[in-house]
Design a protein. Structure first.
Length: 495
């Protein structure tokens, strides 16, 4: 067992170092560049989400400059720490070293965590602090560690500063205490309430920011980003199919079976540890299951719920029959092969000669649009040259009609100039409305950057005159893979 433990930690260290190297090889996605732009405009809140990811990226860029690894270094680190927490939680709950190792390896290799370990999103810090709070609350409940309540409160506050989904942690904790005869006495003790109060105090600067910015984040997440509810089985099928892909189909089956077993053991047999695992995973997952009956749910949204889910899968493994073990092996080897394939794909997006599309998110999960990993550095050099020419003649600014494109152009242009966003755009990414002043820009010239599939003509009416530059064409192995249309716009008329 000691050798297995050494093997586990050596594997974690080696794969983490590889992911840190890989993080510097893959060009930023639009959302990653947008979060990097947040880090250049530090605030206690943003239009789209709470600020934790901006703080983490800012630490990275202060240490290592505006580089790929600086943007993604925190993600790689939090992913590795999450693996360790899953290992310790599973080991504590089961009392078995091998169960802890299996749970940790699942967190290391599952598809959603393999991708999340190198791509910076708000989900990575949210999932880590979610898991950290669960670990401390477990120690407070089952190890009778009073200080762990307050450490759990701090972690919960950090989870709230990462993403709103953290509200399911106190909800799950309350459900656990109400239906657990052995632990219900905590409802009469001060520690749980002080932990929640501490989390709220940590979260309060974000509330203040929203109160002074027309409740922008709440309006976006609770209203404007959603369509009118309409009962349909289409999105339910997408949700279940998407979750089976991000967790891997074999593990998804084991996860659903594990929820059933922990529910039965927790309520029927009064096994508190099983009930704790159920309450720290099922509420978030089931909430999105219900939501998927009337609107589309992002495949990555329930990611935090699966940490307890992986612990459930590993804890149940020793006592299960052959079918469970067989499915576990299929999931293990399948996840390992898929991780290697995914890393090969991001290193060389043209490794797949045909398009693979996920119907629910064809604009994001589509091997054809992986061509977006090409051309950004060439575009940055071109933008710098054209912008320098325009700025030498008169005051000028750079803009696009997309938050993702504006952020990517800013990141890859030498000197990292501010790139504005004009036009109707999307309901997403409207933090640019807080960063730019249309009145001050009025009368200035501008460089408009667009890309494949965009319609830059929608922005022409904002200027008195527009001239097209020669578009930037990106070739790979003699094949045209994408085009960037570029325009010189004169005398901005105002918003």
């Amino acid at each position: 067992m000691r050798n297995k433990k050494y093997f586990f930690w050596i594997t974690v260290i080696i794969l983490t170092l590889f992911r840190f190297w890989l993080a510097g090889k893959v060009l930023l996605t639009g959302d990653e560049a947008y979060h990097w732009e947040w880090s250049r405009h530090l605030a206690w809140g943003y239009y789209d989400h709470p600020p934790m990811i901006a703080f983490i990226i800012r630490i990275g860029t202060e240490l290592f400059g505006h580089t790929l690894r600086a943007v993604r270094g925190g993600t790689v680190l939090f992913s590795a720490l999450s693996v360790g927490l899953v290992y310790w939680l599973a080991k504590d709950i089961s009392g078995r070293e091998d169960v802890g190792i299996w749970a940790g390896l699942l967190a290391l290799f599952c598809p959603i965590y393999s991708v999340g370990a190198i791509i910076t999103t708000t989900d990575t810090p949210h999932a880590f602090f979610w898991l950290l709070s669960i670990y401390f609350f477990y120690r407070a409940l089952f190890k009778k560690n009073a200080a762990a309540w307050y450490l759990g409160g701090v972690a919960l506050g950090a989870a709230f500063l990462s993403k709103f989904f953290a509200c399911f942690i106190p909800l799950g904790l309350l459900t656990f205490l109400v239906f657990s005869p052995q632990q219900r006495f905590w409802l009469k003790r001060k520690e749980p309430y002080l932990a929640i109060l501490l989390a709220w105090l940590i979260f309060s600067p974000f509330i203040y920011w929203n109160a002074t910015h027309n409740w922008a984040t709440f309006g976006f997440n609770l209203a404007s980003r959603h369509k009118a509810p309409q009962l349909t089985l289409k999105y339910l099928g997408e949700y279940l199919g998407g979750q089976s892909l991000v967790l891997f189909p074999a593990f998804f089956v084991l996860y659903l079976y594990g929820l059933y077993r922990t529910l039965r053991q927790g309520l029927g047999q009064k096994e508190d540890k099983s009930w704790f695992l159920f309450c720290t995973s099922a509420p978030l997952w089931l909430a999105f299951l219900v939501i998927s009956t009337y609107q589309r749910v992002g495949a990555h949204w329930p990611v935090a719920a699966y940490f307890s889910g992986l612990v459930i899968i590993a804890v149940l493994l020793p006592e299960q029959s052959n079918w469970y073990r067989r499915l576990f092996k299929i999931g293990w080897w399948g996840s390992l092969i898929l991780m290697i394939s995914l890393y090969g794909l991001v290193l060389n997006p043209r490794i797949i000669p045909w398009n693979l599309v996920y119907a629910g998110w064809s604009d994001k999960i589509n091997t054809g649009v992986l061509r977006e990993f090409y051309g950004w550095e060439e575009l940055g050099r071109r933008v710098k040259k054209s912008y320098a020419q325009m700025s030498a003649q008169a005051p000028a600014f750079i803009f696009t009609d997309s938050y993702a494109l504006s952020s990517q152009v800013a990141f890859y242009t030498p000197g990292n100039p501010m790139v504005c966003m004009l036009g109707e755009g999307s309901v997403h990414g409207r933090n640019y409305d807080f960063w730019q002043d249309s009145e001050q820009m009025k009368g200035q010239n501008a460089l408009l950057v667009s890309k494949d599939g965009k319609h830059p003509g929608d922005s022409f009416h904002l200027f008195e005159m527009v001239e097209a530059e020669e578009p930037l064409k990106i070739y790979q192995d003699g094949e045209l893979v994408r085009t960037f249309p570029i325009f010189r716009c004169y005398r901005y008329l105002g918003k």
